[in-house]
Design a protein around this ligand. Structure first.
Ligand SMILES: NC(=O)c1ccc[n+]([C@@H]2O[C@H](COP(=O)([O-])OP(=O)(O)OC[C@H]3O[C@@H](n4cnc5c(N)ncnc54)[C@H](O)[C@@H]3O)[C@@H](O)[C@H]2O)c1
Ligand SMILES: O=C(O)[C@H](O)CO
Length: 310
């Protein structure tokens, strides 16, 4: 089996690729591949191994030998899934490789928003603590999580673990129905929105989840509500969320993901980090613990071992 890794550098340093190497007869490794280089690099290969390189319908159409795409991630939104299915190309992602890391990052964002870390860190850096008439600062009201309601979208690997960790803080955890699903007994996100103290997103980016939190849904939230997105950019209308934050109609916003990554042309949320807002932007780093990255390689090796008719 001839396999090509298109963006090995996205796994970072210190990762041992030998479990993958042992499963294929020939492995070509590229650190980075631009979208328009993908076809030439995959020519004749039966297996494409990618993290975030976009394999769109046109690219797949130009690769008649391709039989399997191994995604070095859980999210497969960079792959033209319908076209792959139509062409009989199997797509295998890695599930549950970094549950501990991503759930930890999500809780970190939730806790930091609840305790107004961006605001207090800035106050201290700007010398406001030293000028306080008493021993502390308390200009920004914090949210005690105990007894508050966390609404989670996506009751899979990550949503479930985040719910368990939030439960340890005494939060009431409620899972929203899957958007677009016809038979789902759970309440919809729109129904839950007015009661949510925190919303955390843990579902894939699809047409059903794009702009799930749009201006209308954001307007239904309590003005104190916190929103955390460690799933995919574009599931929140980030501009509408920023407007709500600036207008005091949203209590806090933390994102680990943006619609374009890396954000070569910047993004309004990044510009807004210079403003005194309860806002956190991390660089898609929830998954990056060394343990999780090595596990991706092991799970990809398993994916390469399974027969293709699977
Ligand atoms: N920031 C990061 O570093 C990072 C790391 C891993 C995963 N992710 C993202 O998190 C997502 C979830 O990961 P996971 O491991 O929990 O996946 P998972 O497949 O275990 O769970 C996803 C859940 O979402 C549900 N779902 C599917 N479409 C939905 C929709 N439109 N609305 C609501 N629910 C929907 C599924 O039924 C499933 O229960 C991934 O798709 C990926 O985009 C981000
Ligand atoms: O989907 C995933 O696994 C994360 O976004 C990291 O690539």
């Amino acid at each position: 089996m001839h396999a090509v890794i298109l963006d090995a550098a996205s796994l970072g340093d210190g990762i041992d690729l030998s479990p993958i190497r042992e499963r294929v007869s020939r492995l070509e490794v590229h650190d980075f591949t631009d979208r328009d280089e993908a076809v030439a690099r995959l020519e004749g290969a039966e297996v494409a191994i990618v993290n975030k390189v976009v394999l769109d319908a046109e690219t797949l159409a130009a690769l008649p030998h391709l039989r399997l795409i191994c995604v070095l991630a859980t999210g497969t939104n960079n792959i033209a899934m319908d076209e792959a299915e139509r062409r009989g190309i199997a797509v295998r992602n890695v599930a549950a490789y970094g549950t501990a890391s991503v759930a930890q990052h999500t809780l970190m964002q939730l806790l930091a928003l609840a305790n107004r870390l961006p605001r207090y860190q800035r106050d201290v850096a700007e010398g406001r603590w030293g000028k306080s008439p008493f021993f502390c600062l308390m200009d920004h009201t914090t949210l005690q999580l105990e007894g508050k309601r966390l609404v989670i979208v996506g009751q899979g690997e990550l949503g479930t673990r985040v719910g368990e960790l939030a439960g340890a803080f005494g939060m009431e955890v409620v899972f929203a129905a899957r958007p677009g699903a016809e038979q789902d007994a759970r309440p919809t996100l729109a129904e839950l929105a007015p009661t949510a103290d925190v919303i955390s997103l843990h579902c894939p980016l699809t047409e059903a989840s794009r702009h799930l939190l749009d201006a209308d849904l954001l307007a239904r939230l309590k003005p104190s509500a916190l929103v955390v997105n460690c799933a995919r950019g574009g599931m929140i209308d980030e501009i509408a969320a920023l407007d709500a934050l600036r207008a005091g109609k949203l209590g806090g916003l933390a994102v680990d993901v943006l619609p374009e990554e890396p954000p070569r042309d910047g993004h309004p949320l990044i510009d807004a980090l210079s403003e005194p807002l309860n806002l956190i932007v991390t660089p898609h780093s929830a998954w990056i613990s060394p343990e999780a990255r090595q596990r991706i390689v092991e799970l990809t090796a398993d994916n390469l071992s399974r027969p293709l008719q699977d």
